[in-house]
Design a binder for this molecule. Structure first.
Ligand SMILES: Cc1ncc(COP(=O)(O)O)c(C=O)c1O
Length: 258
């Protein structure tokens, strides 16, 4: 195309040339339509992809920054969060947001727990969270961004969270416990019921990172497979992150009176 890459173009480029160059660039990408691509592209078939692309184009220029100017976007977000909450055993008290991805959903859960805790205990200036070593690195990012020390605990032989180890790691500064359903490295669901009991007993919030399982486990269960309890139906669970994989993410929090 005769232009110097990395320099701001001196003149405009015809549309056809731009598109041709973009198509040519795709040749170096993994050819996911021709085979399986672990975890990077979740192709739900042509019919769904077609609908997604049409919907995307319909709202291509709308900006969710201002939901009073674009109430349609607010409506979609609210409805998706409500449907997600319903699927995940929540009731009408659950509130939440659509985020840019799983990581942001986990970040928001940690920030919410920290802010909630500090509003009640302003004297505790060094908050901590307790999470098994199998929890996603997104929580280490959250620890760093929001000044919440991450205390990592071992997993049991079956690679699920060791609840006794979690209990031992809890201190007065603990603002949050994290469990995963299922965790990315091993594909196992942490014992959320036991973690919920512990969280309830100690009056600590419990986040379930269901970025992988949130929109999968409910359907796996409907297919008749046994699925451990992991959602808002479990006493003690106070927030859930779930990926509409991975194009959209939802983070839900039951509104708390306490
Ligand atoms: C359990 C879990 N939590 C969080 C994330 C982070 O999601 P994202 O890569 O969309 O930021 C992932 C990603 O694979 C995950 O598997």
């Amino acid at each position: 195309m005769g232009r110097t890459p990395f320099c701001f173009p001196k003149k405009g480029i015809p549309k056809e040339d731009i598109l041709a160059e973009m198509v040519a660039s795709q040749m170096h990408d993994v050819q996911w339509r021709e085979g399986k691509t672990f975890s990077l592209v979740y192709h739900a078939g042509e019919v769904v992809t077609d609908l997604l692309m049409s919907a995307y184009l319909l709202f291509f220029s709308q900006n969710a920054l201002n939901p009073t100017v674009f109430p349609s976007l607010r409506r979609f977000e609210t409805e998706v969060v409500m449907m997600a909450a319903d699927l995940l055993g929540g009731d009408e008290k659950v509130v939440g947001n659509m985020t840019s991805g799983g990581t942001e959903s986990c970040l928001m859960a940690v920030k919410t727990a920290r802010d909630w805790f500090l509003s009640k205990h302003p004297e505790m200036q060094k908050p901590e969270m307790v999470l098994p070593i199998s929890a996603h690195p997104a929580f280490d990012k959250a620890a760093n961004y929001f000044g919440v020390k991450a205390i990592r605990t071992p997993v049991r032989e079956d690679l699920r969270a060791d609840v006794d180890a979690v209990e031992k790691a809890i201190r007065p500064e603990t603002v949050l416990i994290v469990g995963t359903a299922p965790c990315y490295p091993h594909g196992v669901v942490d014992p959320i019921v036991e973690l919920g009991q512990l969280a309830h007993e100690k009056k600590i919030l419990l986040h379930v990172d269901a970025c992988v399982g949130g929109f999968m486990l409910p359907f796996v269960q409907r297919l008749g497979y046994p699925v451990p309890d992991f959602d808002f139906g479990v006493p003690g669970v106070t927030s859930i992150s779930a990926d509409l994989h991975k194009e959209y993410d939802v983070a839900c929090y039951p509104s708390s009176e306490g």
